[in-house]
Structure formats: structure tokens, C-alpha cells
Design a protein around this ligand. Structure first.
Ligand code: CTP
Ligand code: CA
Length: 223
């Protein structure tokens, strides 16, 4: 069994995957969230583990079940996800940032349930830290960093912009214009750009198959 494991392409590699949404509290009973199901990130964690990697999955609130061979850390907010990611990043060889991290959070979390009033409610939101960009800044030459880009328009340009700005090795573009792609679906249609801005288009597939394609792209650039 040991010799089988040793022959796997990611044997001995430490991999971090993030998945799911983040929830940003408004008060003790309410939050701002998004529709990410976590399916894509959980499928990725599985496939990377099957290739022999030592996988840590940092998961936002999701109904997904992880496999026993994946080490799972559950988080709720963007700040918790940032802390979990930065605490292990320096030891990871490959990081795949699949989570749909909130861009904004309530500036003040009310300590008691906010009561409804006659007037409209105005919530002030502040920016969260961009986790992926933070990791990109701290990345060593030997580390591989993969990000996602979720776009509705001018998709390829935005995706390439994220690749460069966040210092990524690969960016996986998810276009919400593609039928069957996106948050809740069991399928996804992706385009991958590498550092040379070379583009690879993929067909609509199950998220498990998409995860395999992303793993193949990672294996191609392994350092
Ligand atoms: N991301 C992150 N931390 C954030 C926001 C996003 O790490 N606070 C990561 C996501 O996990 C994803 C990548 O950045 O891998 C791109 O996320 P996306 O929402 O597509 O892009 P943003 O840079 O947030 O820009 P915008 O939402 O304005 O398109
Ligand atoms: Ca965003």
C-alpha cells in the first residue's frame, strides 16, 4: 500500500483547499451570505487527496460531507477563513482558493437582535481582506497558488486581471453566463488561464470531472 501511495503524483505534497461561502454576521440571528454550495471545493479536495496529497480543507458553512482522508477546518466568516489560511499557508505546496468569500461585512455587529422600525434600515458595510491576494503577496517561488474568478461580463479580461493582480499560477474562470455552471449546479463549465495567459477551454461537466481537469492543470505546472 505504501508503494502505491509513493507512486501517486502528489504524494507528500501539502495542499490547502477552501470551499463554500462565508457568513458575515449582522446581529446574533442574521448574516450576509451567498449561494455557494461548496460542491466544487469539496470535489477538488477529494481529487487532490486521491492523487496522494495531504489535503486540508477550510470550509465555510455548507451541507457538504468531506471524506475521512481530508483534514477539515470549519470556519464561518471571511476573517476566520483568513486566519485559518494564513496560519498554514507557509507550509503548503499548493493552495486552491475555491471559496466564495464575502467582499463586504457589516461594520458593526449588533450585540442584540435588531428590532424592526418604521424607517428603513441602513447597514454600513466594510471591505473584508482579500485572502487570495494576501496569500499571493506572501507566496514563495516554490508554491503554487490557484484562484477562481466568478464573472458575468467581460469574463476573460477580469479573470486575467485577477491572475496578475493576485500573483496566481492559475485562474479558473467560472462564467455565470454558461448554462449549467455556477453555485448550486452539479455541473460546471470552466476556462483556465496559466501565468503565460494561455487559455484552456473545457466542456460542461460534473463538478467531479471539472475537479479532475483542474488537478491536471496543476500537475502540469508542478514545481
Ligand atoms: N477571494 C478571497 N478573499 C476575498 C474575496 C475573494 O480570497 N475577500 C478569492 C476567491 O476565493 C477567488 C478569487 O478571490 O478565488 C476571486 O474571487 P471573485 O469574487 O471572483 O473576485 P474578487 O477579487 O472578489 O472581485 P469581484 O468580486 O469584484 O469580481
Ligand atoms: Ca468577490
Amino acid at each position: 500500500l505504501d508503494s502505491i501511495k509513493q507512486s501517486l503524483p502528489l504524494n507528500g505534497k501539502k495542499v490547502m483547499v477552501t470551499a463554500g461561502p462565508t457568513y458575515e454576521a449582522i446581529d446574533p440571528v442574521r448574516f450576509i451570505g451567498n449561494h455557494s454550495s461548496g460542491k466544487m471545493g469539496f470535489a477538488l479536495a477529494d481529487e487532490l487527496a486521491k492523487l496522494g496529497a495531504d489535503v486540508t480543507l477550510i470550509a465555510g458553512p455548507t451541507a457538504q460531507k468531506s471524506n475521512a482522508y481530508v483534514k477539515r477546518i470549519d470556519v464561518v466568516s471571511a476573517e476566520e477563513m483568513l486566519n485559518a489560511c494564513t496560519s498554514i499557508f507557509s507550509e503548503t505546496d499548493i493552495t486552491v482558493m475555491c471559496a466564495a468569500v464575502a467582499d463586504y461585512r457589516p461594520k458593526i455587529i449588533a450585540s442584540q437582535k435588531i428590532k424592526k422600525q418604521e424607517s428603513a434600515l441602513v447597514l454600513e458595510l466594510e471591505k473584508t481582506v482579500d485572502i487570495l491576494a494576501t496569500l499571493g503577496k506572501n507566496k514563495r517561488e516554490s508554491q503554487i497558488l490557484v484562484g477562481f474568478a466568478l464573472e458575468t461580463n467581460d469574463e476573460e479580461n477580469y479573470a486575467k486581471g485577477k491572475l496578475e493582480k493576485k500573483n496566481l499560477d492559475l485562474v479558473v474562470l467560472n462564467s455565470l453566463n454558461d448554462q449549467g455552471a455556477g453555485f448550486k449546479a452539479d455541473t460546471n463549465k470552466i476556462t483556465i488561464f496559466n501565468k503565460a495567459l494561455e487559455r484552456t477551454l473545457f466542456e460542461l461537466k460534473s463538478k467531479t470531472e471539472v475537479a479532475k481537469d483542474i488537478c491536471t492543470a496543476i500537475l502540469k505546472i508542478i514545481k
